[in-house]
Design a protein around this ligand. Sequence first.
Ligand code: NDP
Length: 345
Amino acid sequence: MTDTTQNTRILLASRPHGEPTADNFHIERAPLPEPADGEVLLRTIYLSLDPYMRGRMNDAKSYAAPVELGSVMEGGTVSEVVESRDDSLEVGDLVLSHVGWQAYGVQPARHVRKLDPARAPISTAVGVLGMPGFTAYAGLLEIGRPQPGETVVVAAAAGPVGSAVGQIARIKGARAVGIAGGPDKVAWLEELGFDVALDHRSPTFRADLEAAVPDGIDVYFENVGGHVWDAVLPRLNTYARVPVCGLVAHYNETEPPAGPDRSSRLMAAILTKSITLRGFIQHEFVKARYRSFQEEVSSWIGDGSLRYREDIVEGLDNAPDAFFGLLTGKSFGKLLVQVGTDPTR
Ligand code: NDP
């Protein structure tokens, strides 16, 4: 599948204003990169597409530096070592890497992590057993702290973060209410065992949410913002916890949303109901939680209490289109681009 004589790379050609378009990317063929001492040449098998990449396309100060114009779009990858100039890795090893949107890349060997295909399918290293799964686990348990019998609501619930949040909430004895776009995603959440699944595109969404949480909401795992947050806010209980994980409904905004400034209403709710709103970037919890995450989530996958779904798009050239779909709800499950052959399948 991969051309072994040259590289294919997708560069950031221009910065989007609002929704990203094909013009923002440039696909080019280039010579294969060469590893130096201590480095490995990697062949990309899976490229992970994630909402944070939209933020990296902006030239704005954030928790991570933007992708420079003319540079390869960044991204987590599952790769095979095809040349090694480090004793720790051999040709044929499968690794978690950060090669970005390209078919081949060079990385220092110390920056990649060897994967054991006997333990879990290698694609899960960028999904349920990787960054998105960890985000769900750490954000929910460190900030949400769901207690048995409490109600946990999660938005973007059919995505890799949200689907794990709802299932972990259930494992911890809480009621899980998932919010997703469209009947197929709602049906899948019901299949996963969510107590209630709601379609945020339904004209009756607000009333549906009210009916789904008769005792209010104790934990709201925020992945989207927008109209979902507007519907959730009045239903939050006293002492509710809100891990603010993502705001995908706002990532393409070019100016503040129309309408009155609602920050005073928000602050009054926080004050009078003693609500905790806490933003986080997953890596702050790596030291405290990564080991327990790997152990617990692997065992939950093993005993069937945590399930996941992948949406695999074939071919690196299709990455931009797949990425546009991720931001608008077209993807269903963890979105991956299959860039090269997976030797384990
Ligand atoms: P998903 O695969 O769930 O994709 C995002 C989903 O958001 C879409 O599929 C769509 O689902 C939903 N969505 C998009 N626009 C809207 C809207 N206007 N209203 C409601 N829902 C909308 O993404 P992930 O699971 O990878 O990530 C979920 C969130 O977590 C993102 O906000 C991401 O940025 C954040 N994140 C944060 C991290 C951190 O460290 N803080 C780390 C990783 C992710 P649907 O069809 O159901 O509407």
